[in-house]
Design a protein around this ligand. Structure first.
Ligand SMILES: Cc1ncc(COP(=O)(O)O)c(C=O)c1O
Length: 365
């Protein structure tokens, strides 16, 4: 059906929206396409959410706490930060949108890698932010020397998506120090899957650099993609801008259920550690299994791997996997069209992927 946009604003007519990974309607598929957690969220988080619904006075008739203070305090305690250094929003996508609106609508360009989270150019377009795309090196790593130019901001995903590669913390420090009058955003959606997360994460740098914003999410390592909770950590001056922007747009981005569930998830440290370690272990096994089939797999610090098989068409492999009920992500972008991004599933899901791939390759050879 063609859309009649006669009544749309010029702004709405010119939008080029982000296209999310597919969420199929039936669930008998091995779904390895959107980097969700293959395991359920903390049972304590589920109980906390059920308690909100079971409340006899029906707390849901009341608006939630607008600044999500209890959840922010739980995050502040977990990361050793102050309440005024923590911001939360409706998924890190919303937090990122507010970051663009707060810090990048200026004169000089925003620098970002040519291959990264494909929502960044969409936000830039939505908010009229000029961008400059900086090519990754041939091995898909970030060359920080290329970021030595005048800008109002830099945004990087670390680990990067869809490559999974981790930029060392020393490079991040150098990058932030290079640009004291620009805001540097490190999107750590996948950082909990780094082998040494404390050392890999830039959260510990926010007291050292007042121009650093870290974003993270409950959608991956905390298995709550359906709840929509994301956060930012930064100097209180930057958090104040995000709060002002949020309250000029939607004062209550997190409902009562989300605030309660996310808080309980942060407090359940044991469950979180067990799960995250298990996914890291499965990522290593999946990498080896793909390598044994001939794939080249980039080193990943995330809950997905980025893999290519010489002399094979990645789009074709993706289509044939799909015919067998296994969904992975293929991007049609020129530099990465030969790669597949495969989320780490449960052991059984990963085994099924390898089984189907083995079959496809045996037919081809
Ligand atoms: C790099 C990156 N940043 C942010 C997000 C958004 O996550 P959320 O579910 O918190 O909106 C994603 C989701 O896939 C992502 O890959």
């Amino acid at each position: 059906m063609s859309i009649d946009n006669r009544l749309w604003s010029t702004k709405a007519k010119n939008l080029s929206p982000y296209v999310p990974g597919e969420q199929p309607k039936h669930d008998n598929l091995v779904k390895l396409n959107t980097n969700e957690n293959p395991y359920p969220p903390s049972p304590k988080a589920v109980m906390a959410m059920q308690a909100v619904l079971a409340d006899e006075a029906c707390a849901l008739r009341l608006y939630p706490e607008p600044e999500s203070d209890e959840l922010r305090q739980a995050l502040a305690d977990y990361y050793g930060l102050g309440l005024d250094e923590v911001f939360v929003g409706n998924g890190s996508d919303e937090v990122l949108a507010l970051v663009f609106a707060c810090f990048f609508m200026k004169q000089r360009p925003l620098l970002m890698p040519d291959i990264s989270y494909s929502f960044y150019p969409v936000y830039a377009d939505t908010f009229g932010v000029t961008t400059q795309s900086i090519p990754l090196k041939d091995d898909f790593s970030i060359d920080i020397k290329e970021y030595h130019q005048s800008c109002d901001g830099i945004i990087l995903a670390n680990p990067n998506a869809p490559t999974g590669r981790l930029l060392p913390i020393e490079d991040i420090k150098e990058l932030i120090a290079m640009h004291p009058d620009a805001v540097v955003v490190i999107d750590e959606a996948y950082i909990d899957y780094a082998d040494n997360v404390k050392q890999a994460s830039a959260v510990s740098l926010i007291r050292q650099f007042d121009n650093l914003v870290i974003t993270q999410t409950f959608s991956k390592s905390r298995a709550l993609a359906g709840l929509r909770v994301g956060m930012a950590f930064a100097n209180p001056n930057l958090i104040a801008a995000l709060t002002a922007m949020k309250n000029s747009f939607n004062s209550y981005p997190l409902d009562r259920i989300a605030q309660a569930g996310a808080k309980a998830s942060v407090e359940d440290v044991t469950y979180f550690e067990d799960q995250r370690t298990q996914v890291i272990k499965l990522r290593k096994a999946l990498t080896q299994d793909l390598q044994a089939l001939g794939f080249t797999v980039l080193p990943s610090a995330a809950n997905f791997v980025f893999a290519t098989l010489a002399a094979h068409d990645a789009a074709d492999i993706s289509d044939r996997l799909r015919q067998e009920g296994v969904i992975v992500r293929h991007f049609k972008q020129p530099r990465i069209k030969d790669y597949l991004r495969i989320s780490v599933g449960t052991q059984a899901q990963n085994e099924r992927l390898i089984e189907v791939l083995t079959h496809i390759l045996s037919v081809d050879n």
